[in-house]
Design a protein around this ligand. Structure first.
Ligand SMILES: NC(=O)c1ccc[n+]([C@@H]2O[C@H](COP(=O)([O-])OP(=O)(O)OC[C@H]3O[C@@H](n4cnc5c(N)ncnc54)[C@H](O)[C@@H]3O)[C@@H](O)[C@H]2O)c1
Length: 440
């Protein structure tokens, strides 16, 4: 099938590459000329494990190409996925200006049937707005007033991949959700995804849009729940990891997303929770549960900073080493990373920061101010009064801890992800503080 993907970021590029990998002819579009130039030369603008190998293979087999032109892509494709960003506005609403822009350009260049698929995360009812925008912007010969004379479909196919394991997630989905208004659209989507042999749920468009909102908000809720539990564990001498394990063994609960830490971040959970709260408000429902989820998340970061402040006594003139900056491991994505807020708060209290991340240094350099970016975990620990672990990269498990201890000014570790072996660190002479691991 001839498929266009509009927006070649973390979701669009993975979607395009994977759809080409399973046999389709795909054209990935972006309006950032630098990105398109890099892609055309075989480079990848993001770090996503495994993506480079299959991308180059698909290009070689002539199943994947890149373009800056929506016109060109619309004319050459029957199915068009929209995967542009839907960032938050200051109100918390999703900003849909990029989606509208793209839809208008698609409509202006349509000359026969097209299936337009929402891949971006959008509020319920966006499907209706897309339909209306197409009807109003088709070439004049294909409309009578505001009535379309051309057959087209709109569908919602929300994406559930996780950055860091996006290729694997795309190729092995738990479920595919098709929000459709016609049998034809359902048939086309089933055909596209047939090689994945995944479970498919077919709904109307609004339900598909809601599934994405509700799923991300539920996962954020699980994280905030265990973070709230970790606060109590820390006070009563319980170990939150044992508690999470005990809860997770109950099949009705499950262990996933019960990892206490410095709170959720990234380009999805914070904005999707905000957008769901706003959507609920607009529909007349006050989703107070979700507001608490957001509040617990903010407090968790604050509590971590307070812990550091409490144990170091004063932060002024202290040097703090940081391991991990990306919002999660195996990605270079720094959008809304917990590290950004935590480091800012520590800097406001007068601390100096040295940091290392295996992949996110370039993006971190664009966001963080006044942070010394170091070439290795050892360099980040050197002459520091304490070390913070903020992203659980595997690399940090293999560091020579004795060497780290010996280069630090004082051997104190705050493990914001409960990732390191606390007992081992203690036996090596470190002061070790995790999250909710008992009385600190
Ligand atoms: N990142 C994730 O893990 C994830 C997972 C599921 C869903 N989503 C959703 O997918 C959508 C995209 O997220 P992302 O992380 O890939 O964003 P991103 O910022 O990485 O990518 C968006 C891309 O769209 C391009 N773009 C913007 N306007 C354009 C236009 N008019 N024409 C062509 N290209 C244009 C941008 O240049 C950018 O490359 C969002 O709605 C997000 O919520 C993201």
């Amino acid at each position: 099938m001839n498929i266009a993907i509009i927006g070649s970021g973390y979701v669009g590029l993975v979607t395009g590459v994977c759809l080409a990998h399973i046999g389709h002819r795909v054209i990935c579009v972006d309006n950032d000329p630098q990105k398109v130039k890099k892609l055309k030369k075989g480079g990848i603008p993001i770090y996503e494990p495994g993506l480079d190998v299959i991308m180059r293979d698909c290009v070689r087999k002539k199943r994947l190409s890149f373009s800056g032109s929506i016109k060109d892509a619309t004319q050459r494709s029957t199915v068009i996925f929209i995967a542009v960003g839907t960032p938050p506005k200051s109100t918390g609403d999703a900003d849909l200006v990029y989606v509208e822009n793209v839809v208008r350009q698609i409509a202006e260049n349509m000359d026969s049937y097209r299936l337009i698929v929402e891949k971006s995360t959008v509020p319920a009812e966006t499907g209706n707005k897309i339909r209306r925008t197409v009807e109003l912007n088709l070439p004049r010969k294909f409309r009578k007033g505001n009535q379309a004379l051309l057959d087209f479909d709109v569908a919602s196919n929300p994406e559930f991949l996780k950055e860091g394991s996006a290729v694997h997630d795309f190729m092995n989905p738990n479920r595919l959700v098709f929000g459709v208004e016609s049998k034809k659209a359902e048939k086309v989507l089933r055909e596209i995804y047939k090689p994945l042999k995944a479970k498919v749920l077919v709904t109307n468009i609004a339900s598909a849009e809601m599934i994405k909102h509700a799923s991300n908000s539920f996962l954020a809720m699980k994280i905030s729940f265990i973070n709230a539990v970790s606060q109590i564990c820390g006070r009563v001498g319980a170990d939150v990891l044992n508690v999470a394990e005990g809860m997770g063994l109950d099949k009705r609960i499950g262990r996933a997303f019960l990892d206490p830490g410095v709170g959720y971040g990234g380009s999805c959970f914070p904005k999707d929770v905000d957008a769901f709260i706003r959507l609920s408000e607009k529909s007349g429902y006050d989703f107070r549960l979700l507001k608490e989820v957001r509040r617990v998340n903010e407090e968790q970061r604050q509590a971590f900073v307070h812990l550091v402040e409490d144990k170091l006594w004063n932060l002024k003139e202290k040097t703090i080493g940081v391991w991990g900056l990306a919002f999660k491991p195996n990605t270079d994505d720094m959008r809304n990373a917990a590290s950004v807020e935590i480091l800012q708060k520590l800097q406001q209290e007068g601390a100096k920061i040295k940091a290392y991340d295996p992949r996110a240094m370039a993006n971190a350099g664009e966001i963080l101010r006044g942070v010394a970016l170091c070439a290795s975990p050892y360099a980040a620990a050197e002459d520091c009064d304490c070390l913070l672990l903020l992203t659980e990269w595997d690399e940090f498990k293999n560091v020579d801890l004795e060497a780290v201890r010996d280069v630090m000014r004082q051997p104190v570790v705050f493990d914001g992800r409960n990732f390191l072996d606390g007992e081992k660190l203690k036996s090596l002479g470190f002061d070790y503080y995790g999250i909710g691991r008992g009385k600190a």
